[in-house]
Design a protein around this ligand. Structure first.
Ligand code: PLP
Length: 467
């Protein structure tokens, strides 16, 4: 969580806006130096998630597309009709991927948002507004599986929606359907399912959730932020992945991040709706403002034309063939790594994962494994309840030899973990990831505020008044 900060000694610190500007070449050299050394940390392929593409040629292409429209405000369509082409086609292509053609009786629609959290916030807002307008719901609630992303908690917090967290089966990690059924009431606006969830890479029983939601007349949002642009290709390649898209009756919206496995630049995601009326219910416009008539399709005001151009360019440059090829490499690399995990009886895979997997141990604190793997340059995401390590396989892991070196390093890590455990030594990284375990104590609250402040407040010229 807290991070090393190597730049204070290396570069001049700007505590005020510099009086005179600096030469561009000098600035670019400084930026390049930092970027090159930071990229080295994931280029090895030993970093879970976050760098979904990892291909500098693709990044250069993205940046060129971005650069042509970076200065454009996508809101000003009279100046830039190009944005109508990009946005409309991104939505159409995403609807096609999630089988919008299966939709009957309503008109499908979509939004391009700023990221997974953006898509989830817009979805929750749309369900709240639509239910208020059509059902007179005044005290809305949403039901999510405990494993669904914290963005739902954030959205519900922001929009005054009650969030009900459904328990999961510890073994399969899938949501408890009876619990969901029992907790839907006349104020429920939507139920959530993940395809797949971030923690375990497992998929909730979407067909069953769709049946329940359909029967009770509430929405079903499928969170495909992570899996949206890879699972459909996995399905086509024959991996065992249940249907989770608009072919499932009852699915009313899907979020899918173009900035993850869509391989676009950070800052973009798609949100697709079975019924245009649901999307339109969250529109905001002000027709009697002295500054003129104002309207925007979502929460953002000005939006980057560059991001729409890059996202469009990513989709059309790769096409189904490109995405499918990358998906195959990722599923294959993940399979090699999963076989390695399963080969150790001390380790236990959590649920039935897809391209992303998570493992724990009943014999020792699995953070011992993390401690060792870190020495070998691996970077996993840590989990709690139970302690587990999560590996989101991305394109950098599909480089030759990476999955094999995972297997070899894991062999040694397990031996080391057993020895540490026998010697009664606590795992080092357990203190970082599990250090605030036990919920929001005052101590945890203060620690998290310090970590977040550390990201933003380091260079203020005024002395801090308090944490
Ligand atoms: C990443 C992710 C999100 C949130 O997306 P951001 O782009 O980080 O805002 C939501 N759900 C899942 C399953 C995710 O993996």
């Amino acid at each position: 969580m807290s991070h090393d900060y190597p730049y204070a000694e290396k570069f001049d610190v700007n505590r005020t806006l510099p009086e005179k500007g600096r030469p561009r070449a000098e600035i670019l050299a400084e930026l390049r130096e930092m970027a090159t050394s930071e990229d080295a940390s994931w280029e090895s392929g030993k970093c879970s998630g976050t760098m979904y593409c990892g291909d500098h040629e693709h990044y250069a292409f993205m940046n060129e597309a971005f650069g042509l429209y970076a200065h454009v405000n996508a809101l000003q369509r009279d100046i830039c009709p190009s944005q109508t082409r990009f946005e409309g086609e991104i939505i159409a292509m995403a609807l096609d991927l999630f089988h919008g053609e299966a939709i009957q009786g309503t008109t499908p629609a979509g939004l391009v948002t700023s990221g997974g959290t953006g898509s989830i916030c817009h979805a929750v807002l749309a369900y709240r507004e639509h239910a208020a307008q059509t059902r007179g719901v005044t005290r809305p609630n949403v039901i999510k599986p405990e494993t669904a992303h914290p963005a739902f908690d954030k959205a519900c917090h922001l929009f005054g929606v009650e969030l009900r967290k459904a328990p999961i089966d510890k073994k399969t990690t899938k949501v408890d359907l009876d619990w969901v059924r029992d907790h839907i009431d006349d104020q429920t606006v939507a139920v959530i399912g993940s395809a797949c969830n971030y923690g375990y890479g497992t998929i909730d029983p979407i067909a069953e959730l769709g049946e329940i939601a359909g029967e009770r007349g509430v929405g079903l949002h499928v969170d495909g932020c992570l899996g949206g642009f890879i699972l459909p290709f996995g399905q086509e390649l024959g991996y065992e992945i249940p249907l989770f898209d608009f072919r499932v009756p009852g699915v009313t919206s899907i979020s899918a991040d173009t900035h993850k496995y869509g391989y676009s630049l950070k800052g973009t995601s798609t949100l697709l709706f079975r019924d245009k009326a649901l999307r339109n219910s969250q529109y905001f416009f002000l027709t009697d403002w002295s500054g003129g008539k104002y309207c925007s399709p979502g929460m953002e005001g000005s939006r980057s034309g560059g991001l729409l151009a890059a996202t469009w360019a990513s989709l059309v440059s790769l096409g189904r063939e490109g995405y499918s090829g990358y998906a195959k490499e990722i599923f294959d690399a993940s399979a090699v790594m999963q076989v390695a995990v399963r080969s150790h009886r001390e380790l236990e895979m959590v649920g039935e994962p897809t391209f992303l997997f998570s493992f724990t141990s009943n014999e020792f604190d699995v953070y011992h494994v993390n401690d060792f793997m870190r020495l070998r340059g691996w970077r996993f995401n840590g989990q709690q309840y139970p302690n587990a390590l999560h590996m989101a396989v991305t394109r950098p892991q599909t480089q030759p030899g990476v999955a094999e070196s995972f297997a070899a390093d894991l062999d040694e890590a397990v031996t080391w973990a057993k020895a540490q455990h026998s010697a009664g030594v606590p795992a080092k990284s357990s203190a970082i990831y599990g250090g605030v375990a036990g919920g929001m104590t005052d101590e945890a609250d203060e620690f998290i505020r310090l970590v977040m402040g550390d990201m933003m407040d380091r260079h203020q010229s005024l002395p801090p008044v308090s944490a």
